[in-house]
Ligand binder design. Structure first.
Ligand code: PLP
Length: 389
């Protein structure tokens, strides 16, 4: 086991109170909530309570606006394909950004490839920000959906969703945001943001894996992507994952507690880590903004003359878990699409390191990383034929 875990953007440990809340729904109240006997009704009541907790966390007017899904990926698919299919008779143009998570990008690409939709991928600036003026320019008479993430999973950029939402609302275009990385890190209010749909995932904020939700504003129509029973008000068929839903509800309650204090503490650790790396290592590039438009728990650097994977292996040998920021699921050596979109050439994009903070990280963890990282980078650079010392 790694002693220092700094990969909370990938997933988080489940909070002990979340586990406690979930256990009775495995051992005692395992009934199917569609059944009539009392153990099943206890499960149904727990689902209702969790729905309220999630609605409260994101400022939804009604619990019925929350649809439970198997996670962030399914919520993104349901939002994008669901709206596209419901509105296809009004137009077949969708706008997104070049730095979305693959759950969004590949959903859009599926619609292009199999269903004849057209998608505009907005460029971002060097900090990863979408420009509202660019969105305005990209909108066409047949635009039916805009989907832009609230916070980027690699470089931590927080997008100007509120401003973008004003534009879509004026034009009566559906607006979805992937808030998977933002929930639990910053305040999220669907009415303040002006979004019609929002995706979230429990395992990113100390809840269990395999459970998430889609916020669907009342009156917004989607075509369900799962056919079957009448669960989730006929929007998402399938027997409910009761322990998962209960865990998501509990994690949502905990995420809302003392959020501003937690943000302040996390920001302090984040800034200490950024300062430490920048003062002790040369030729580094901090990716993403330096101000309030950066997630409080995100640190993301590119190191020149370095291959990111080798940093990770060296850190792991010292008990530190980190990430390069992009998941090379296909085993390909393609650099991150996010780093290319903010303007890095391939050789710089390959030298990335993402450190994301969470629940149990301490001042000592940060000091330890600042102490060992310069040696690791120095050692790897010594082996690079391009490094001139
Ligand atoms: N969207 C973003 C921004 C993410 O970071 C992730 C997970 O990495 C997802 C969607 C997918 O969520 P899940 O792992 O719950 O399917």
């Amino acid at each position: 086991m790694n002693k220092i875990y700094l990969d909370h953007a990938a997933t988080t440990p489940v909070h002990p109170e979340v586990i406690q809340a979930m256990l009775p729904y495995y051992t005692d109240f395992y009934g199917n909530p569609s059944s009539v006997y009392s153990a099943a009704q206890k499960a149904a009541a727990a689902v209702a309570e969790a729905r309220e907790s999630v609605a409260r966390l994101i400022g939804a007017a009604q619990p019925q606006e929350i649809i439970f899904t198997s996670g962030g990926t399914e919520a993104d698919n349901l939002a994008i394909k669901g709206v596209a299919m419901a509105r296809a008779n009004q137009g077949k143009h969708i706008i997104t950004s070049a730095i979305e998570h693959h759950a969004v990008l590949h959903s859009c690409q599926d619609l292009e490839k199999y269903f004849g939709f057209e998608v505009t991928y907005l460029d971002v600036d060097q900090k990863g920000l979408v420009n509202p003026a660019e969105l305005e320019k990209a909108i066409r008479a047949d635009t039916i959906l805009v989907t832009i993430m609230l916070a980027n999973n690699e470089i931590g950029t927080i997008e100007p969703i509120k401003e973008l939402g004003k534009i879509t609302r004026n034009k009566n275009i559906c607006f979805h945001t992937d808030a998977v990385q933002a929930i639990g890190q910053i305040p999220v209010d669907v009415n303040d943001l002006g979004v019609d749909l929002l995706s979230l995932s429990a395992h990113k904020f100390n809840g269990p894996k395999g459970i998430g939700a889609l916020y669907l504003r009342r009156g917004t129509r989607i075509v369900p992507q799962m056919s079957g029973g009448a669960q989730e008000r006929r929007q998402r068929a399938g027997t409910e994952n009761i322990p998962g839903i209960v865990g998501l509800g509990k994690a949502a309650q905990l995420a809302g507690l003392n959020l501003s204090k937690k943000m302040e503490q996390t920001r302090r650790l984040r800034d200490k880590l950024i300062r430490g790396i920048e003062t002790k290592i040369d030729r580094v590039i901090l990716n993403g903004p330096r101000d309030d438009r950066r997630l409080p728990n995100n640190v993301h650097f590119c190191f020149r003359y370095i291959e990111g994977e080798s940093i990770l292996l060296n850190l792991d040998m010292l008990g530190i878990a980190a990430s390069s920021g992009s998941a090379c699921t296909s085993g390909s050596l393609d650099p991150s699409h996010v780093l290319l979109a903010i303007g890095h050439p391939h050789e710089i994009a390959h030298g990335s390191l993402r450190l994301t903070l969470g629940l149990n990280n301490s001042e000592e963890d940060i000091e330890q990383v600042i102490q060992v990282l310069p040696g690791i980078i120095g050692k790897i650079r010594e082996m690079s034929p391009l490094y001139d010392g």
